[in-house]
Design a protein around this ligand. Structure first.
Ligand SMILES: NC(=O)c1ccc[n+]([C@@H]2O[C@H](COP(=O)([O-])OP(=O)(O)OC[C@H]3O[C@@H](n4cnc5c(N)ncnc54)[C@H](OP(=O)(O)O)[C@@H]3O)[C@@H](O)[C@H]2O)c1
Length: 325
């Protein structure tokens, strides 16, 4: 019988356990996917621990907002997909019911796209959430253009690294922010034009030095909290701030500067078929050209799911955490 990860109460990683469950037959407009691998995301940790802003119905909640696999069964009205086609999942807003932490999930056919050729299974499992979020925030929301200076906080994370690559692909100039100077060389190697390590550097000083004193055109803030003020000080007047992540739970003071400000959630675009088409085309082209490729930190097996979440919570990962099924 196929295995599914579920949890019945909020808590530490060990609230998750594996149960056997029959796969769900697809409705006319749905497809069933045999999952080969999925990535572990901060939102999964929030859902499991009861800190997600969206309500999670218990007991027997599933998890997982991205993954890759092959089409296993098709609803009668589905066209353009065939049994065995390799695909990636593009949005699972109801992850508590259809989550990808499983051997099978059944989703609307509009929520899968072809797996970009050239990616390993573990990379394909980890590509969509990070790249669609970074693309949506920078391209769709902020309208990044070639030569723009893009300041990226939490740049060493999955979304941050995707943002560095996307900025480079567009011809913009990514400037990375990390809390740790030990990560500087690696972020330069990952494509950042400059790196600010906040354990010993001032963000505004470094950004001014790299922008002839002008400041960044666009900020992608993946941290929030009081540190956002340092990003704002490093941004040019009338620049753009897109806030898309908030691992820092402390309050975020309202920016005291004349900026265009957006709060971004990727579902804004990943549930919009036309936007998904643009994102998928950009991603495929970037993978084909070698400009876009996710960094996989560590791969776990399905029965190590508790360890995979502990690894995320340790915070020492460097790239995406993937689980193979
Ligand atoms: N808006 C959306 O739709 C959307 C989609 C995906 C993800 N997100 C959010 O975006 C954020 C990043 O996601 P991710 O997948 O890139 O996460 P990740 O791979 O786990 O990386 C997070 C990075 O954030 C930094 N960080 C962690 N805690 C921090 C803190 N308290 N203060 C400052 N920096 C901290 C760390 O960088 P350093 O150690 O180098 O400083 C870490 O490498 C998360 O909050 C996630 O929930 C939002």
């Amino acid at each position: 019988m196929p295995r599914v990860v579920v949890f019945d109460r909020f808590g530490d990683p060990d609230v998750m356990h594996i149960v056997d469950e029959s796969p769900v037959e697809p409705a006319p407009d749905e497809v069933r996917i045999r999952i080969e691998a999925f990535a572990v995301n901060p939102l999964d940790q929030m859902m499991r621990s009861g800190t997600s802003p969206a309500p999670v119905a218990l007991p027997h909640a599933r998890l997982g907002i991205e993954g890759t696999g092959v089409v296993d069964a098709l609803g009668r009205d589905v066209t353009g997909l065939g049994i065995g086609d390799p695909v990636i999942l593009t949005a699972i807003p109801d992850a508590v019911v259809r989550g990808s932490y499983a051997e099978y999930t059944t989703v609307p056919a509009s929520r899968v796209i072809a797996r970009p050729p050239g990616l390993e299974v573990a990379e394909a499992a980890a590509v969509w959430v990070a790249y669609s979020t970074a693309y949506g925030a920078l391209v769709e929301k902020a309208g990044v253009r070639p030569a723009d200076h893009v300041l990226i906080s939490a740049a060493s994370g999955g979304v941050g690294r995707a943002a560095i690559q996307i900025a480079n692909q567009i011809g913009a100039v990514p400037i990375a922010v990390t809390r740790h100077s030990a990560k500087k060389d690696e972020l330069l190697a990952a494509g950042a034009k400059a790196v600010v390590a906040t354990d010993h550097e001032d963000i505004a000083d470094v950004v001014r030095e790299h922008t002839d004193g002008a400041g960044a055109d666009i900020v992608l803030d993946l941290v929030m909290g009081p540190g956002q003020q340092d990003l704002v000080k490093a941004t040019r007047a009338e620049g753009t701030l897109v806030a898309a992540g908030s691992p820092d739970p402390r309050p975020t003071p309202f920016p005291a500067a004349a900026l265009r400000i957006f709060r971004y959630r990727s579902f804004e675009h990943t549930l919009d078929d036309a936007a998904v088409k643009r994102m998928a085309a950009f991603l495929s082209a970037g993978v084909r050209l070698g400009a876009l490729r996710p960094v996989v930190d560590k791969v776990f097996a399905l029965d190590e799911i508790v360890d995979a979440h502990r690894h995320l919570e340790d915070g020492r990962h460097d790239g995406k955490i993937v689980v193979t099924v």
